[in-house]
Design a protein around this ligand. Structure first.
Ligand code: ATP
Ligand code: MG
Length: 590
């Protein structure tokens, strides 16, 4: 219904058939109990623990010597870890935690780049039944302090360099932070005051560890949201979430045990944990970790050399690749690739199609949030893609479009094509169990038996969902409600435009008018003529009511560190208002 572009029908690919072929049958046959049976559970019925499902059950079985993680260092180093290696190392780390007096439920924060120790520590934390709280390594001292204070960090694991630069000065402000473990160079113990040495303690620790009884409802993860709309919230997830990580990895990312999988997200964001650590391991694949930051040619080289089969990335990276153009791609061989997926922001139709031109495969958009813990709505491998659509709910997930009745009750909007808030029926395993220390904020997310996502969307008759915008970002103009995504996607179709961010600017007559900020592709310069051309281009595509009335050029758009365009910041700047919480703004405080 929506798309300006034709649906993309899939060509059959050689290799394993998709895990989900017949959507309707899979959906009606699905139960979470059956999904749970795909996992082992702890021996002797002692519950469910993420690390056992991700690592130990493979290490004790035929995958023992398969590479679980292949780490690519910034300087070209490569380190491989088999499932057996990961079991031993995470056992050691769990023993380190015990020795330091860290117990079940205690919050252990991780502040590090994508180094192997981070992955080992995360798994050891799960084994020890403590709570893993990742922090993005480019955060400055204040966002680090704020997040550690909210979650009452008992132990921080970080690198010597990050500690000296960002954390040492915070110690007096964090009375609950009892200990700090520093990752230095192996074989060269750190001697920083009031800290322990990671590698030394690992060496001294035993290799045997028995995971204690773990209730599926025991907390496992505390993940902070991206802070796109305001102050970040600490979403709590439990061990049972692993059931959803596993099954969504299998159905939405189509993971097969022989896959080489690369999730480009950093574990500082939920995607980098759910799909950068947990889901690939539970599914028994080989997972690539790249320590370096985005660089298009480096990424193309990794896809080719590592023979990546499934690639999970984000719109911001795709747009950066599009900005550079197709030319550099011709040097590479992407024949190993089978499935491309994207998450984090709406994926413009142009970007979906660009995937076909660049890699011979379209990108599959999927939608979820820190709060949902795992993928909720997806374009599946076996199904056609409507460029610009988020896809359909995963089996086991009930999604609806809801609105408020005149009396303020939440009611489902059954009619297709009508815009409303995207809501999910609570009860899936990876649903957040609270915002840490903010019960009121949590309570407000639920009404009428639904979890309200804060995103606006539409549903078409066959159950495909289309993203409209965040509830806060929707523009009200002359009686219309306009989602910024639709306007941005059209601007992106213009050959000169690399990125677009659209806001509502208050207007005495129309209530709000649509204003766009665009950054240009290399080879294009801002000019009055181009502005007029863009305004006309958008008007032809969108009609006068929806098209932007004003366009400003920007060298780049403000983004969160997880790569999302911060429309609230564009708006605050435009109106000269306070810019609010910028702790996750890219380019700040690092
Ligand atoms: P905060 O809640 O602190 O404002 P955030 O919502 O950006 O930050 P995340 O949980 O990282 O934090 O992001 C989830 C949000 O990202 C979703 O609610 C949605 O707005 C957006 N999003 C994620 N994936 C998609 C997608 N495929 N299409 C459209 N929007 C998406
Ligand atoms: Mg959010």
């Amino acid at each position: 219904m929506e798309g300006r572009l034709e649906p993309i029908l899939k060509r059959p690919r050689p290799g394993s058939p998709p895990n989900l072929i017949d959507y309707e049958t899979a959906k009606s046959a699905f139960t979470w109990e059956a999904a749970r049976r795909e996992l082992d559970g702890l021996p002797e019925g002692k519950g469910l623990n993420i690390a056992h499902e991700a690592v130990d059950r493979h290490a004790d079985g035929p995958r023992r010597n398969q590479t679980a993680l292949r780490w690519l260092g910034k300087k070209g180093e490569v380190r491989e870890f088999t499932y057996a290696d990961l079991k031993n190392l995470s056992n050691r780390f769990a023993n380190v935690l015990k020795r330091l007096g860290i117990g079940p439920g205690d919050r252990v924060y991780l502040l590090a780049g994508r180094i192997p120790e981070l992955y080992v520590a995360a798994l050891g934390i799960f084994k020890n039944r403590s709570v893993f709280c990742p922090l993005f390594s480019a955060f400055g001292p204040e966002p680090i302090r704020a997040r550690m204070a909210i979650g009452e960090a008992k132990l921080l694991v970080t690198t010597e360099a990050l500690y000296r630069k960002k954390v040492a000065g915070l110690r007096p402000l964090l009375p609950k932070l009892e200990q700090v473990l520093l990752v230095g160079e192996e074989g060269k113990p750190t001697d920083v005051h009031d800290t322990h040495d990671f590698h030394q303690l690992m060496q001294e620790a035993g290799e045997d560890f028995t995971i204690g009884p773990t209730e599926p409802e025991d907390p496992a993860l505390l993940h902070f949201t991206s802070g796109t709309t305001g102050t970040p919230k600490g979403a709590v997830h439990v061990h049972e979430a692993v059931v959803a990580h596993h099954i969504t990895g299998k159905l939405a990312l189509d993971l097969h045990p022989d896959d080489i999988f690369w999730c480009t997200a950093d574990p500082g964001w939920v995607t980098g944990t759910s799909y950068g650590i947990i889901a690939p391991l539970t599914n028994g694949v080989t997972s690539i970790i790249d320590e370096a930051e985005f660089d298009a040619e480096r990424w193309y080289g990794i896809l080719q050399d590592q023979k990546v089969t499934v690639w999970y990335t984000a719109p911001t990276a795709i747009r950066m690749m599009m900005k550079i153009g197709l030319e550099p791609l011709s040097k590479y061989d992407f024949s190993a690739l089978r499935f491309l997926a994207s998450v984090g922001e709406p994926l413009n139709p142009e970007a979906v199609v660009w995937g076909e031109r660049a890699f011979g495969l379209p990108f599959h958009d999927n939608w979820w949030q820190t709060e949902t813990g795992g993928i909720m709505i997806a374009n599946f491998a076996a199904l056609e893609i409507h460029p610009g659509a988020m896809g359909r709910p995963l089996p086991g997930i009930e999604a609806a479009i809801v609105g408020k009745t005149e009396t303020g009750e939440i009611a489902v909007i059954e009619a297709p094509g009508v815009q409303g808030e995207l809501a999910l029926r609570p009860g899936w395993p990876s649903m957040f169990r609270g915002y840490w220390n903010e019960p009121e904020r949590y309570r407000k997310c639920f009404a009428g038996g639904w979890y309200l996502t804060g995103d606006l969307a539409k549903r078409e008759k066959n159950g495909t969902f289309w993203f409209v915008g965040r509830a806060d970002d929707v523009i009200k103009t002359s009686g219309h409600l306009i989602g910024p995504f639709e306007v941005e996607s059209v601007l992106m179709e213009h050959p000169a435009v690399a990125e677009a961010g659209v806001i509502g600017k208050p207007d005495p007559v129309a209530m709000e008018v649509v204003k766009a900020f665009v950054s240009l592709k290399s080879g294009h310069e801002p000019s009055e003529a181009l502005r007029r051309d863009l305004l006309a281009f958008a008007r032809t595509r969108l009609g006068a009511a929806v098209a932007p009335k004003e366009i400003d050029f920007r060298p780049s758009l403000p983004r969160t560190r997880s790569g999302k365009i911060m429309r609230r910041l564009l708006k605050a700047q435009e109106l000269g208002l306070p810019i609010g919480d910028t702790s996750t703004l890219e380019g700040m405080e690092s």
